[in-house]
Design a protein around this ligand. Structure first.
Ligand code: SAH
Length: 261
């Protein structure tokens, strides 16, 4: 199988399904992820900038330059370097130290390693100029008091692979990390298969609305059918990639958090 073909979204997801489908949602522990990186079972990783990010970056930027962009559960996404090269400041969170070190090595970037004040189990890895800062640690130990709020969020493979039971606290955290005017792009895929109850857990439009709708406006930007012969081989009957734009409902958020956003 050639590397270029492996780096497409469809193939990466197909490969991830192959590994994950044999597991149950309760297997999605931090230990699972750390072990996946140790064994380099990282079929979700893309070698090229994500097609949907390229397609919808202008929507995230909304005319702004040099913004702060957050990558929750970042892995070693090459998109981070791509955006930093365009002058944006990148902050990511990732549990695997291996993923973070591979990111800096593969992108030919030097880094400084520092402890995170107040979070004993976390560490900061950042470029000397501070354009890319990756926190090694659990996303649920992260907050706006650690690295402030963000103007943009790129969420691909972050909400979706979380256990269903963690999604509510994840969305609450994301909302607190959104600065006024933040434009959050949420990339998910909706798969159908009659007898499918494996991983990654399904996510539906109504669940996205339940998670963010109380504080945010949600707008469907893209819905693209990505079903290929390969996914059919994995037994999928439908495979649609969706991108939602999530923005704060300012009035409700002021009320919700009692701040002057
Ligand atoms: N967004 C990345 C990676 C997606 S896979 C990409 O597009 O390539 C999900 C990543 O989240 C894995 O690298 C895993 O190690 C990390 N992860 C899972 N749970 C986490 C948690 N609770 N805190 C921080 N990172 C986590």
């Amino acid at each position: 199988m050639c590397l270029k073909a492996m780096s497409t979204e469809a193939d990466a997801v197909g490969k991830t399904f192959d590994i994950l489908e044999r597991k149950k949602p309760s297997d999605l522990t931090l230990e699972h992820w750390i072990a996946s990186w140790e064994k380099q079972q990282i079929g979700f990783h893309l070698n090229e900038v994500h097609e949907m990010l390229k397609r919808h970056l202008d929507v995230m930027l909304n005319g702004r330059k040099q913004i702060r962009i957050f990558f929750p559960l970042c892995g070693k996404a090459v998109d981070m370097k791509w955006l930093a090269d365009q002058g944006h400041t990148i902050v990511g969170v990732e549990i695997s130290e291996i993923a973070i070190k591979q990111f800096f090595t593969e992108q030919n970037l030097s880094y400084i390693q520092e402890p995170v004040p107040g979070i004993p189990d976390a560490e900061i890895y950042k470029t000397p100029e501070g354009h890319i800062t990756l926190f090694q640690g659990n996303i649920f130990d992260f907050s706006s008091s650690v690295a402030g709020q963000f103007d943009g969020i790129w969420d691909r493979g972050s909400l979706q692979p979380l256990n269903t039971s963690d999604r509510q606290r994840y969305s609450k955290l994301m909302i607190t990390l959104m600065a006024k005017g933040c434009r959050y792009l949420l990339d998910t895929y909706v798969c159908t298969k009659t007898d499918f109850d494996g991983l990654p857990p399904k996510i539906s439009e109504s669940e996205t609305r339940d998670l963010f709708g109380h504080a945010c406006n949600i707008h469907l930007l893209d819905s693209t059918d990505k079903l290929t012969g390969k996914q059919k081989l994995f037994g999928l009957e439908g495979f649609i990639e969706e991108v939602h734009l999530i923005t704060l409902k300012i009035v409700q958020v002021n009320h919700y958090f009692g701040t002057n956003h």
